[in-house]
Design a protein around this ligand. Structure first.
Ligand code: C5P
Length: 215
């Protein structure tokens, strides 16, 4: 099977950016698994599915009509790349991601991204559940304040308002839920390398990952 580099970690640890940059450097494809959970949440919200109804949400995940085209994320043909970045969608994503049947519904979809010459996969359970045989697993962390500042900047660039205190609160709650859930909790794989990006630039973090890959 083609090689996979998994990059797992808490919200706004820089996984998405680092995954894209590493994939670009290697000429590999990239999987933003969080986008699949966010898309499920958005679809649930848009079609009025009861978010407490596990099986109904799993059905939405199963039937999700999505396509990734460059920067675009298409849900039923509509570009929702900016919409799914909203904190509110992230929160609902984290709620529905706690449902086992939802995770099951998205499993094969994620594995289908594994293609030659290789894949960089970012998420929470890439190294533990989806690609347990990945030859390089990164657990990317950063302190919560650094992450809230990054997320706030990212949201503002997309034209959404962001209050830092609210963001901190919301990110802490989301991390807590992701860490303590029964299904695929956010933990480092036993064979993962932990990288702390709090005081690293994007370039430096990418370099650390590429060095680990070539060593
Ligand atoms: O990474 P991102 O913030 O886009 O993910 C949104 C939510 O989706 C996370 O808070 C997490 O609950 C869920 N998720 C997950 N497993 C993944 C990726 C994301 O449970 N592999």
């Amino acid at each position: 099977a083609p090689p996979v580099i998994t990059i797992d970690g808490p919200t706004a640890s820089g996984k998405g950016t680092i995954a894209h940059r590493v994939a670009q450097a290697l000429g590999w494809s990239v999987l933003d698994s969080g986008a699949l959970y966010r898309l499920t949440a958005l679809a649930v919200q848009q079609n009025g599915t009861n978010p407490d109804d596990e099986m109904a949400v799993a059905r939405v995940a199963q039937e999700l009509d999505v396509a990734f085209q460059g920067e675009q994320v298409l849900l039923e043909g509509r570009d929702v790349a900016a919409l799914i970045r909203q904190e509110q969608v992230g929160n609902l994503a984290s709620r529905v991601a706690a449902y086992g049947p939802v995770r099951q519904a998205l499993l094969e979809r994620q594995r289908a991204f594994r293609m030659a010459p290789g894949l960089v996969a970012d998420g929470r359970d890439m190294g533990t559940v989806v690609f347990p045989d990945a030859p390089l697993k990164i657990f990317l962390v950063a302190d919560v304040r650094a992450r809230a500042e990054r997320r706030s900047k990212q949201l503002k660039e997309k034209g959404f308002s962001a209050n830092l205190a609210d963001l901190l609160e919301s990110m802490r709650a989301r991390d807590e839920r992701d860490r303590t859930r029964a299904n695929a909790p956010l933990v480092a794989a036993a064979d993962a390398r932990t990288v702390d990006s709090s005081s690293l630039t994007i370039d430096e973090t990418v370099r650390v990952v590429l060095d680990l890959w070539s060593s």
